[in-house]
Design a binder for this molecule. Structure first.
Ligand code: PLP
Length: 369
C-alpha cells in the first residue's frame, strides 16, 4: 500500500480518541438520542464559529439545501441558478423542490460559477441563486449580494466543501442569506456518519427550516407545516463539537500542503493549478490540478504510488440523472474541467514532507509522459 492515502477519515479519531470517546459516552449516558444538550451545544458553537445567529443541525448536506428552498416557498415554476460544475447534490436539491435548475458555466480560472454569466441567467422567475464554494474556494459574493438584494432573490451558499473558508473577514456561511453545510465524513468538518446544517441570520428562515426538519412542528404533536424528518444525531453533534476545536489547525495543514503544491508544481508543462479568487481564503477541501492528458498522468502517478481522484469525471448535464433534460446544452468550461481535472491528496493526515514528496513524484510523472 502507498504511504500516502488520498483521504483518511479515521485519522482524526486516532488523534483525538480520548476526547471523542468521552464525548460519545456522555451522550450515551444522557438518555437523549434525538435533540438534547449535545446537539444544542454544537448548534450554538457552530453558529458562533461561522459568525451567524442560527445553526440548525440536519440529516445531511443535501437536506441543508432542500429545506431552505422549501422554507422560502420555492417550487414548480420557479428558477434557481446553480453552477454547472458542482457535486450533483446542488442540482438535486433544486430538482427535489420541483423548481427548474438553471445551470451556469464555470469561470476557467477559479472553476467556480462564472459571475457574469449568473447576471445574464437571471429572469423574472429567478427565485434563488446557489453559489458553491467548490473545492473549498469561496465564491466572491459582493456582486451576487447586490444582484440578489435588488432583484429580491434568495442567496443560498452551498458551503458543503468550505467550512471556515473566508471572503474578506467573513466566513463561508455568513456570505449570503443562508448556507448549507455537509458533515459527510470526508468533508473538512466530517462526522462519523451523515450530517448537515443550515446556518443563517434570518430568524424566520431558521424557524421554518427547524420546523420542516422536525415534522413541521415547534411543539410536539402540533404540526403546522407538512414537514419531514431530517435531524442531526446528537452523537454526531458531540463528536463534531470535539472536532470543531481542531478545525483551524487542520485547515492550516491543508493550506501548508496547498502552498507546497503551488510552489513545487508552478510552471510545469501542460499543468494548470487551482487558483482562489482575489480577496478569498480557500480551505482546500480538494487540490484539483488540470492536465490535457489526465488519464496518462493519473496512471503514471498510480505507478509511483500517488493515489488521486476525479472531482468530477461526468458533468451533471451529461449524468443519467439530468441528461434527458439538459444533455443538449453545452457548458464548455465545465466539460473541459471534467475531462482534465485530477485531485491530489490533501488533508490533515498528510505532513508537509509528504506533500513535498508527492509534488516531486508529480514532476517525475509529467517528465515521463
Ligand atoms: C457533499 C456535498 C453536498 C451534499 O452533502 P451530503 O452530506 O453528502 O448530503 C452538497 N454539495 C456539495 C458541493 C457537496 O460537496
Amino acid at each position: 500500500m502507498s504511504r500516502f492515502s488520498f483521504l483518511d477519515v479515521g485519522h482524526t479519531y486516532r488523534v483525538l480518541q480520548d476526547e471523542m470517546d468521552a464525548a460519545w459516552r456522555a451522550v450515551m449516558a444522557s438518555g437523549y438520542y434525538i435533540g438534547g444538550t449535545a446537539l444544542e451545544r454544537f448548534e450554538a458553537d457552530y453558529a458562533k464559529w461561522c459568525g451567524v445567529r442560527h445553526c440548525i443541525g440536519l440529516g445531511n448536506g443535501l437536506e441543508a439545501l432542500v429545506l431552505p428552498l422549501r422554507a422560502r416557498g420555492i417550487g414548480p415554476g420557479d428558477e434557481v441558478i446553480v453552477p454547472a460544475h458542482t457535486f450533483i447534490a446542488t442540482w438535486l436539491a433544486v430538482a427535489q423542490t420541483g423548481a427548474t435548475v438553471v445551470p451556469v458555466d464555470a469561470d476557467p480560472a477559479t472553476m467556480n460559477i462564472d459571475l457574469d454569466a449568473v447576471a445574464r441567467a437571471v429572469t423574472p422567475r429567478t427565485r434563488a441563486i446557489i453559489p458553491v464554494h467548490l473545492y473549498g474556494a469561496p465564491v466572491p459574493m459582493a456582486g451576487l449580494r447586490d444582484l440578489a438584494r435588488t432583484q429580491g432573490i434568495f442567496l443560498l451558499e452551498d458551503a458543503a466543501q468550505a467550512h471556515g473558508g473566508m471572503e474578506g473577514n467573513r466566513k463561508a456561511g455568513a456570505l449570503g442569506d443562508a448556507a448549507g453545510f455537509s458533515f459527510y465524513p470526508g468533508k473538512n468538518l466530517g462526522a462519523f456518519g451523515d450530517g448537515g446544517a443550515l446556518v443563517t441570520d434570518d430568524d424566520d428562515l431558521a424557524d421554518r427550516v427547524r420546523m420542516l426538519a422536525n415534522y413541521g412542528s415547534r411543539v410536539k404533536y402540533h404540526h403546522e407545516l407538512p414537514g419531514g424528518n431530517s435531524r442531526l444525531d446528537p452523537l454526531q453533534a458531540a463528536l463534531l463539537s470535539v472536532k470543531l476545536g481542531h478545525l483551524e489547525a487542520w485547515t492550516e495543514r491543508r493550506r501548508e500542503i496547498a502552498a507546497v503544491y503551488d510552489r513545487a508544481l508552478a510552471g510545469l508543462p501542460g499543468l494548470r493549478l487551482p487558483q482562489g479568487a482575489p480577496g478569498t481564503a480557500p480551505v482546500w477541501h480538494l487540490y484539483v490540478i488540470r492536465h490535457p492528458r489526465r488519464e496518462a498522468l493519473q496512471a503514471a502517478l498510480a505507478a509511483l504510488e500517488v493515489p488521486t481522484a476525479l472531482h468530477y469525471p461526468v458533468a451533471n448535464h451529461h449524468s443519467g440523472a439530468f441528461r434527458a433534460e439538459y444533455g443538449h446544452l453545452s457548458f464548455p468550461v465545465t466539460e473541459e474541467i471534467c475531462a482534465t481535472c485530477l485531485s491530489l491528496p490533501i488533508g490533515p493526515h498528510l505532513s508537509v514532507a509528504d506533500a513535498e514528496e508527492i509534488a516531486a513524484r508529480v514532476g517525475q510523472a509529467l517528465r515521463g509522459l
